[in-house]
Design a protein around this ligand. Structure first.
Ligand SMILES: [Zn+2]
Ligand SMILES: [Zn+2]
Length: 269
């Protein structure tokens, strides 16, 4: 079997991704209310009552806001670093919280979850790879700068959800206070389109089936700029994975990954 997933929401007002595979269903991040997550999931044909767990990348509200209610009302097991779990508000039931290390590998049902640390202004922030033995999905947002650790972590995935937060010039010219601009552009902030393009160029490989540009700023970016920036990288590499721009206010189409042919490792050849 192969992974199936849908981006339910992406951006600074809430991030949530649904993944089905290995006999289970999980979320990566839950930065919307549980009710909203349930609505978005239903809109793509899923049901929150079938979801067993959530893996949280870091403790900012746009990634963990729904965690306490999901754990209490729907019985979801919440996995995240100690730094992440500390930031969950609303008194989640302690028995549902599972602290993990930012370099850990662990299993949820038939899924393997692999983490790697990311530079961001939240303690214990990480990128996530979800794999079912046949296919894999990598998720990295809220990344201050591309690092070798992150590049290695995401190497060879079949699907990639990659932050393309802001256009550098739009951020400079935009409405945010100077301090916030510096935070976003800094090494513990978010990836600019150019930084994201640099990382994408390193991660591209012929086996990449799906590429989603994620966590776009609503004030400091435009979907067209993000799409064109990524499109140029893809054209230079003569590769054409399916390219989408993840949205804040509506869920994306569910994606079913194709199982690789035997012997195809998804590495350049
Ligand atoms: Zn975020
Ligand atoms: Zn963040």
């Amino acid at each position: 079997m192969a992974l199936r997933y849908a981006i339910l929401s992406s951006g600074s007002s809430g991030n949530c991704l649904w993944v089905q595979g290995g006999g289970v269903e999980i979320l990566v991040d839950c930065g919307l209310s549980a009710r909203r997550i349930g609505e978005r999931l239903a809109a793509v044909g899923g049901d929150l009552r079938n979801v067993q767990a959530v893996v949280c990348t870091h403790g900012h509200g746009d990634h963990v806001a729904g965690a306490a209610v999901l754990a209490r009302r729907y019985g979801l097991e919440v996995h995240g670093s100690a730094g992440t779990l500390r930031h969950i508000r609303g008194e989640p039931p302690p028995e549902r919280l599972h602290p993990v290390g930012v370099r850990d590998r662990f299993r949820i049902g038939g899924l393997e979850i692999r983490l790697a640390p990311t530079p961001h202004d939240a303690v214990g922030s990480c990128s996530v790879v979800v794999a079912d033995g046949e296919t894999s999905l990598g998720v990295v947002t809220d990344l201050g700068k591309p690092t070798e650790t992150v590049r290695k972590h995401l190497e060879g995935v079949d699907a990639l959800v990659l932050e393309m937060n802001h256009d550098r010039q739009m951020l400079i010219d935009g409405p945010y206070p100077e301090m916030l601009k510096r935070r976003i552009a800094g090494d513990l902030g978010h990836l600019s389109n150019d930084q994201s393009a640099e990382l994408l160029a390193q991660l591209l490989h012929p086996g990449l089936q799906q590429l989603a540009l994620a966590h776009l700023s609503e004030h400091n970016n435009l979907p067209e700029i993000a799409r064109d920036t990524a499109g140029e990288v893809l054209a230079n590499a003569a590769l054409s994975p399916n390219l989408v721009v993840a949205e804040q206010h509506r869920p994306g189409e569910p994606v079913l990954l194709r199982t690789r042919r035997k012997g195809q490792l998804g590495l350049p050849f």
